[in-house]
Design a protein. Structure first.
Length: 191
């Protein structure tokens, strides 16, 4: 299977790439390397099944890459994920996270990708929870531009999955997953 992973040089993305390569999947990693590191991919890149493409997800070049690669699955993890930066510069946050997601989804549809998985941090979509642990059916009340962008990108992903090729039976399958941040990650122990 051919896969394309956005944000694949980050902590979670690089572990996903390692797993995909270990399972024998040829994988293209799209990452602008603003927070991700090529070193995180060293083993996967050395094995020959992973290919790093330094590229911003908002770039029009993403469409050309997806068309050339024609991935079976796109796993979208790329994001501007710093809440403080999202508050300081909400326009940049929205461009990267929401417009970038639209660009990824457009590339998926136009390259006949079969499935898109959007993965992002989950806590920010709930805002200040009424109780802990937070249940998945808790009210969605983001309190930062980043949280709103995660929620918007999630909704765009599922909407595109439903509408991209309807009424065809073989429409784009879309999955959204919100990842809980562990205490070790939050403390910076997983670098």
């Amino acid at each position: 299977m051919k896969t394309l992973v956005t944000g694949g040089a980050g902590f979670i993305g690089s572990h996903l790439v390692d797993r995909l390569v270990a399972d024998g999947h040829e994988t293209w990693v799209v990452d602008d390397l603003s927070t991700g590191r090529e070193d995180n991919l060293r083993q996967a890149l050395d094995g020959g099944l992973a290919h790093l493409v330094p590229l911003d997800i908002t770039s029009p070049d993403l469409l050309a890459l997806a068309t050339d690669v024609s991935p079976d699955v796109i796993l979208h993890l790329a994001a501007q994920m710093d809440v403080r930066k999202s508050v300081a510069d909400p326009l940049h946050d929205t461009k990267t996270n929401v417009v970038g997601t639209v660009n990824v989804l457009t590339a998926a549809v136009q390259s006949d990708t079969r499935k898109v998985v959007f993965a992002s941090s989950g806590g920010t979509v709930y805002g200040e929870p009424e109780s802990l642990p937070v249940r998945e059916d808790a009210p969605l009340r983001p309190t930062s531009p980043y949280g709103a962008a995660v929620l918007d990108s999630s909704r765009l992903t599922t909407a595109t999955g439903w509408t991209a090729r309807m009424p065809l039976e073989d429409g784009l399958a879309a999955t959204v997953t919100w990842i809980a941040t562990t205490q070790a990650e939050a403390a910076g122990a997983c670098r």
